[in-house]
Write a new protein. Structure first.
Length: 199
């Protein structure tokens, strides 16, 4: 079974280059009202100006309904403390000892207060994080990780229209640039066709 320290270390490693990480002792949020092992991690995208914080509550507890309800109460208390746009980015990673897969799946479908991800027996930190917003992005064709949907789409476009291949990476960067739709369309046209009329 994963421990809280292993989970925090895995989150920090997975966040490198993608998120700024703040661990619970650097900010003030509610603590659980019952006796469970817990930690709080906040993450903010480094590549987005003005990005908000994503809050991850990590709870390690035995499979006991009172403790699980206490963890949910903790999530509700933290949600009440967060500023409005951040309430949508509240997650709970639950390390529940002795939980059956069916019960874990049932808890994950309960999205009251926050989104929940429950560790499965024998699951390692990487496969656990791949089921969360911290999933690794990989090129299309890799079945080990979740694919980057934009790269997958552009690769499919290359298969259908081979002339697109020299532009794939540039188009991907433009589509992720954060520019307005009109600016992106003009830039895509300029990259592919230069000054000539594409008609």
């Amino acid at each position: 079974m994963l421990t809280i320290s292993e989970m925090v270390a895995a989150i920090s490693k997975r966040a490198e280059g993608r998120y700024e990480v703040a661990v619970s002792d650097t900010f003030e949020l509610a603590s659980p009202s019952i006796e469970i092992d817990s930690a709080t991690v906040q993450l903010k995208r480094v590549s987005q100006e003005g990005a908000g914080w994503r809050t991850v509550l990590i709870a390690a507890l035995p499979f006991d309904s009172a403790k699980i309800q206490g963890a949910f109460r903790w999530a509700a208390d933290v949600r009440d403390m967060l500023a409005e746009p951040q309430t949508a980015d509240l997650y709970m990673f639950m390390l529940i000892e002795g939980i059956a897969s069916e019960d874990a799946a049932r808890l994950e479908t309960d999205d009251r207060f926050c989104r929940k991800v429950v560790v499965r027996e024998e699951e390692d930190a990487d496969s656990f994080l791949d089921r969360s917003f911290l999933a690794t992005l990989s090129p299309a064709g890799s079945s080990d990780n979740i694919s980057d949907p934009l790269l997958s789409s552009l690769s499919a476009l290359v298969l259908a229209h081979s002339w697109v291949e020299p532009y794939r990476d540039t188009w991907r960067e433009l589509l992720l640039s954060g520019r307005s739709g009109g600016e992106i369309a003009e830039a895509l046209k300029a990259v592919a066709f230069g000054d000539e009329d594409p008609q």
